[in-house]
Design a protein around this ligand. Structure first.
Ligand code: 8Y7
Length: 288
């Protein structure tokens, strides 16, 4: 019997033998593309988040990524308390569902509190570079997704992205972060990597990174790819974020073909269908 590669995410196991879909749950009033969807008169309604989460699970999401900080370029900064007030009640409610909960946060105090509520994955766009974050992550024993971003913050990352070689620099950065995390006691088997589409990158940088995603995969860590509705797709198609579904599916398939393990998306049902078609054509999944 062959053993499938898996990743232990808290009390749940993620199958890494096929690409998994991570559904995006932004509990922010101001996020790119879907900000404010769970707010009524400026108040977060947990019930609407729960309904959306249940739908995403029905549609085939294996992971839900809960985030309370908008990383849209130029978005207002959030305080620790505000971020906690947004994400912790949601995590508490979603904890009962049959899905891996991922926390999208860079704040060690928010991460620590969410770990206490039973999340299964830490997803940090700042790759645990905030003071105290790597220690909290190491103590949790949970897997961590380390994302590349040029610069320290979404507020400034798009000022003037520049690289001699974007693929080499992203890989060098991520290798450095892996070493730093390993030194802090995070097992390498618990690390995932992400090129960070749109984070301190020009249109061309994003295209090169997607085209060369296999080079990141070749490092041997599961790779998370997040291009859903991003501006690179808007530049190619000339469409607004709400009209970028077809473009998002196309980039999701490309990422899967290049070996990505997790695809982070807004549109779960459609992405699961598209990936299933791709998967059916992969030799190891042919029905006899
Ligand atoms: C990514 C992400 C965002 C991504 C990972 C958006 C939180 C912007 N993008 N996390 N977060 N990778 N790991 O458009 O690409 O969803 S926020």
């Amino acid at each position: 019997m062959s053993t499938r590669p898996t990743l232990q995410c808290g009390d749940r196991l993620l199958d890494l033998s096929v690409p998994s879909v991570m559904g995006i749950l932004n509990v922010t009033p101001d996020s790119f593309s879907d900000g404010g969807q769970f707010y009524q008169h400026n108040v977060l309604t947990i019930d609407s988040v729960l309904r959306k989460a249940e739908q995403m699970i029905k549609d085939g999401a294996k992971i839900l990524d809960v985030g309370g900080e908008s990383t849209r370029p130029g978005a207002a900064q959030v305080t620790t308390q505000e971020e906690m007030d947004r994400v912790l009640p949601v995590i508490e409610q979603l904890r009962q569902l049959d899905v891996i909960l991922s926390l999208d946060s860079s704040d060690p105090r928010v991460i620590e509190a969410a770990v206490g509520l039973g999340i299964g994955l830490i997803n940090d766009v700042r790759a645990l570079r905030k003071e105290g974050a790597v220690e909290v992550a190491a103590n949790s024993g949970l897997p961590v997704c380390l994302m590349h971003m040029q610069g320290d913050s979404p507020q400034t990352m798009q000022d003037k992205p520049s690289y001699a070689s974007v693929v080499d620099e992203v890989i060098a950065f991520l290798n450095d972060q892996v070493d730093r995390c390993a030194s802090a006691g995070i097992e390498k088997s618990k690390i995932l990597l992400d090129p960070g589409f749109g984070f301190g990158k020009t249109f061309r940088h994003n295209l090169i990174l997607l085209n060369r995603l296999d080079q990141l995969v070749a490092l041997g860590y599961p790779v998370l790819s997040g291009s859903s509705r991003k501006s690179m797709l808007g530049l190619i198609t000339g469409r607004e974020s709400s009209q970028r579904l077809a473009a998002s599916l196309s980039s999701a398939i490309m990422a899967a073909q290049k070996g990505a393990a997790i695809i982070r998306v807004h549109d779960v049902a459609e992405t699961v269908d598209a990936l299933n078609v791709w998967k059916a054509t992969c030799e190891e999944h042919w029905e006899s």
